[in-house]
Design a protein around this ligand. Structure first.
Ligand code: ADP
Ligand code: MG
Length: 591
């Protein structure tokens, strides 16, 4: 079922650093064997002491043996450090390559992808999954090589001195192994996956929750109004408890067994020495009691290494879930739009996993330079319609054409240069305003950027900021209101100067000054361009060339303001409501 082992795939990510990983295993195994040598010298020390007792002055090789034990112990540590250096170099490379590959892939995905999955979740998958492999490659794998080499050396050592005691100390180990394999069996793997899913979901919901905190505060809601977050926590709790409970018994047996080896030895020694004790036997018994803690340590290392393998398998499949997402197909026969018209014919679109179409058989032609406003109830499909024009998604049925060419046949960069959009929640990056605007056109000069900011009515913003256009957005003491941020992002679009514009008008402005400024900026921006505007307030649509009313994914009506306002229908109704609200506002402010 599985094509390639995860390890092999990890090593592919390592590229030429693969050999460092292998070197790290060899060093690490070597270090394990060298680490056993001090025990041989300790045995010699004990033997000499017992042999000369009570004339301790007769010892000869004692200090030499003692020194050798220290030398080998230090050597083992040094070799281990060398192993870790190799493994870390490789692991960081793997991590970097995994991230790069995932990011390259994300760039090829439809633009709507980030919105629908949630950027928090994507970031978590890319960063945490690759980080999970880091621990595995840098520590767990060398430790595993180390842990596997140790028993081999140990078994040789154990059987050489007194095979009976040797076998006895291996008995609890064998039992512990059996329990361990039960613990990390197939079922546990499934549990681990479910546990990780629950964890991921909780983290995702937490991000959403923090985003929505202003709403919670404004409306005085309790935490429980964020039902999904609470459900995610509950779900996580369920898995943690189930997981822990399942592990309780095997873990208890395991711990008891591996830590109890010496007890087995002592009991056995009592039976074996019932006829009298020899120096030789005493020596070996002491020696075995000294050495058994290494067995415990080794087993614990092996156990954690295998547990981590599951985390890595899970991390790999998460990264794969991104890599397996269909990229937006790129055309082999690029064509270039002839003009700035937009034409939708028979367009239907459905979001992945949605139950019904968000757009249903939409046909609409927008002439070059025409300004069209989209209005209608929330959830009707306005944003969706605008985003398929910019090819955030590919349509299910029908076609979207710009300048007579299907958007699928327009090269990605050219399409981006042709269509600009201003979203409701314009995102500014944590850099200077200058750089934020420059994003739209990397080779723009400072003067060009300043002109764009001026056209976007941003002069008052720049004046009040300490460093003007070089002020870093989000820096301490710098606050930009939503409307101000939107004007800066309009400057960005202004600089790009694409011939087709998509505007998602902000729902509400805190202050009328800002609203007037944004409107003024919009009208400079829209001049001479084909404009698709999603309008939330009817005051801004009355002057457009055409109004398209959208409801339930369909075009309900189209016409100019004058045609629609007297016609029985949704728009006339909305217009009536709008005027009522406007009167009400005036009434209140006069009171
Ligand atoms: P409008 O902009 O008119 O308010 P939208 O275009 O945002 O409407 O939404 C149209 C429909 O598509 C709604 O039913 C909405 O729930 C759904 N929808 C919008 N965005 C997504 C998405 N990313 N994934 C799934 N469904 C979506
Ligand atoms: Mg919308």
């Amino acid at each position: 079922m599985k094509k390639e082992s995860n390890l092999k795939r990890l090593l592919e990510y390592a590229g030429s650093y693969k050999y460092l990983t292998i070197a790290s295993w060899i060093f690490s195994a070597l270090s394990a064997l060298v680490a056993l040598l001090p025990f041989v010298y300790i045995w010699k020390v004990i033997k000499e002491v017992l042999d000369v007792a009570p004339n301790y002055g007769d010892v000869q090789a004692l200090s030499h043996n003692g020194c050798m034990a220290v030398v080998f112990a230090v050597a083992a540590i040094l070799i281990y450090i060398a192993a870790l250096i190799c493994s870390h170099l490789a692991a960081f490379r793997v991590q970097a390559n995994m991230r790069t590959k995932a990011m390259h892939h994300i760039v090829t995905l439809p633009m709507g992808f980030m919105d629908s999955i949630g950027s928090g979740k994507v970031r978590k998958i890319v960063y945490e999954s690759s980080a999970a492999t880091e621990t595995y490659l840098a520590h767990q794998l060398p430790d595993k090589a180390n842990a596997l080499a140790t028993p081999v050396g140990l078994i040789v050592l154990l059987l050489v001195f007194d095979w009976r005691l040797g076998l006895l100390s291996l008995l609890p180990v064998a039992a512990a192994f059996v329990i361990m394999s039960v613990m990390t069996g197939k079922q546990m793997r499934k549990k681990m996956e479910e546990y990780n899913n629950a964890l991921g979901q909780m983290a995702g919901e937490a991000v959403e929750y923090v985003r929505g905190i202003s709403v919670v505060k404004t409306f005085g809601q309790s935490v429980f109004s964020f039902r999904r977050f609470k459900e995610a926590i509950d779900n996580y709790e369920k898995w943690v408890i189930a997981y822990t409970k399942d592990l309780r018994f095997p873990m208890m047996c395991y711990t008891t067994l591996v830590n109890g080896i010496f007890a087995v030895l002592v009991a056995a020694a009592l039976v074996m020495t019932s006829g009298g004790v020899t120096n030789e036997f005493l020596l070996n018994l002491m020696y075995y009691i000294i050495i058994t803690p290494i067995i415990t340590l080794t087993l614990t290392k092996i156990m954690y290494a295998s547990e981590n393998k599951l985390i890595v398998a899970d991390a790999m499949s998460r990264i794969d879930s991104i890599l397996e997402m269909e990229p937006l197909p790129e055309t082999d026969h690029p064509k270039h739009p002839k003009d700035n018209s937009v034409e939708l014919s028979g367009v239907s679109f459905r979001y992945k996993d949605a139950e019904r179409n968000a757009l249903e058989n939409i046909s609409l032609t927008i002439r070059p330079g025409e300004h069209v406003a989209f209005v209608g109830p929330s959830g009707g499909g306005k944003t969706t319609l605008a985003s398929i024009v910019a090819r955030f998604w590919d349509v299910r049925e029908g076609s979207v054409k710009i300048g007579g060419v299907n958007v699928k046949d327009i090269p990605k960069e050219e399409l981006m240069d042709t269509v600009s959009f201003v979203f409701q929640d314009s995102k500014l990056l944590k850099t200077s305003i200058l750089e934020n605007v420059r994003m739209a056109k990397p080779d723009a000069s400072r003067d060009e950027i300043l002109k764009a900011l001026h056209d976007a009515q941003c002069d008052d913003i720049l004046e009040k900021l300490p460093k003007g256009v070089d002020t870093v957005v989000g820096a301490k003491g710098v606050y930009l209101s939503g409307g101000e941020q939107q004007r800066i992002s309009i400057a960005r679009v202004m600089l790009k100067n694409a011939p087709i514009l998509i505007l998602d008008e902000a729902t509400a402005f805190a202050d009328p000054d800002n609203e007037a400024n944004v409107q003024a900026a919009f009208s400079v921006l829209a001049k001479g361009k084909t404009v698709l505007m999603i309008a939330h307030r009817l005051s801004t649509v009355t002057g457009t060339d055409r109004i398209v009313v959208i409801k339930d994914g369909k075009i309900e009506d189209t016409g100019t303001h004058d045609q629609l306002k007297d016609k029985d229908g949704l728009y006339a109704e909305m217009w009536k409501q709008y005027n009522k609200a406007a009167k009400w506002k005036v009434g209140v402010s006069n009171a």
